[in-house]
Ligand binder design. Sequence first.
Ligand code: CIR
Length: 254
Amino acid sequence: MLVALTREVGPALDRCELTHLRRVTIDPVLAARQHEDYERALAGLGCAVRRLPTGADMPDGVFIEDTAVVLDELAVAARPGAPSRRAETDAVAEALRAYRPVARVEAPGTLDGGDVLRAGRTIFVGLSSRTNREGLEQVRRLAEPLGYAVEAVEVTGCLHLKTAVTLLDDHTVLINPAWLPSGAFAGFTRVAVDPAEPFAANVLRIGEARLHGAEFPRTRARLAGQGFEVHAIDMSELAKAEGGVTCCSLVFPA
Ligand code: CIR
């Protein structure tokens, strides 16, 4: 069974971190409705959805992906690069203890889960404005003894590694090459986003299905042309807080 941990849209979302976007008004009611639709989509794809509460001190709590990395053998509680997000990790680590042993990224390491992309036994870690070399090395020390290879990828111009690249299947990535070094993910078949939709590289795989933001029709058409069907889901209010489809859940086998 797959578990999807989610976290409610909190009361302070309008004070969220923003790095590459300008602040615009977010409708909290619409954001919550879209988030519920997202949870319903996860449930419809076979996930047992478990939603955690979000405190008033957690403007970005809904973006639960950034708070942990869940491997089959171990979960790693992250240490978010934005100090305003550090209060988010304890409750997530506690929830994960029901499923996995939990290790922690410690200071001075910083790591956002959005910078971690697992592809089989390789873990790609984005070095970004949120994740530093020390955070990456801590993941390496935890994961290599479990048989994973850990590879660094420089990320520039966007928030997280998974803003720039995600997996469509085990051998194919959806990528915005502008935000990654040339040659990154060369071992994969690379499908580029439509240039008019730079944020379209974020896709969430659930088994054989894929969730993708409804605001990216050109990239969706491009994917369909290559045989990749996606479920389009409207997350436009959360996108104003710089979130995508991967960042609102932690999905893992129970
Ligand atoms: C932040 O800047 O931390 C949030 N406003 C957005 C986090 C999005 N997370 C993700 O894509 N993994």
